[in-house]
Design a protein around this ligand. Sequence first.
Ligand SMILES: Nc1ncnc2c1ncn2[C@@H]1O[C@H](COP(=O)(O)OP(=O)(O)OP(=O)(O)O)[C@@H](O)[C@H]1O
Length: 236
Amino acid sequence: MGLLVVENLSVGYEKMEIVSGVNFTVEKEEIFVIVGPNGSGKSTLLKGLFGLVRIFGGRVILGGRDITHLPPYKRSLLGLSYLPQLGNTFESLTVWENLVLAAHDLPRDEFTGRLENVLEILPDIKRFMNRKVHTLSGGERQMLALAMGLLRNPFLLMMDEPTAALSPKLASRVFQQVLELRKNHGLSILLVEQNALKALEIGDKALLLVSGQPKFYGPAQDLLKSEELARLYLGV
Ligand SMILES: Nc1ncnc2c1ncn2[C@@H]1O[C@H](COP(=O)(O)OP(=O)(O)OP(=O)(O)O)[C@@H](O)[C@H]1O
């Protein structure tokens, strides 16, 4: 049994089904990559896994438990963490205030210890702890969003295009961090990426979505090697 099992899942908005009939499994300590052209439904699928959009059919099983219809906060308490592409921080508040908010529903006495762990993983945050978020660079904001996700001690971290709007150098750092989170902290990571080539290089398994339909599911290396799919859909 995988850590996250997605069975014949279809998701969308109101009357519109956007993603249809998706099946995949994410194992412990696996990096799972979702790629596909613009508008193919990658973000919608991720939102579906976190309970933020309408489920049209299928099931989502986390650690053996059916979470298909659980609200997001309950999924979060079960160890699933979701970093959205936009609006993942509170701009007019300081970094410290954002971290406190991210942990608002956790036991108070756990906050200090968890924050220490997170600052060990992302020490750079200490440098801008008292700054307002709107004064941070794109890379610093992304780091804060990651810290907010990690504070919740997830075992499965879902990231929606964490390298969007970052320079190639900072994007490489994010990919490096993803590898370290797996290696040093045993996390599983589900990564939606525009930067398909780089993401597939660090990924174990991959799903290719095209117009809401799964076109490929299997080892990430196989997708990279498939000249036809890579050329047609990933611009490789
Ligand atoms: N709130 C919404 N209501 C209705 N349709 C939406 C909503 N959000 C997204 N869509 C539509 O769903 C489709 C899939 O969008 P989605 O953002 O999931 O794609 P994506 O693969 O993540 O795209 P990108 O790579 O450009 O971020 C698009 O046609 C989009 O216009």
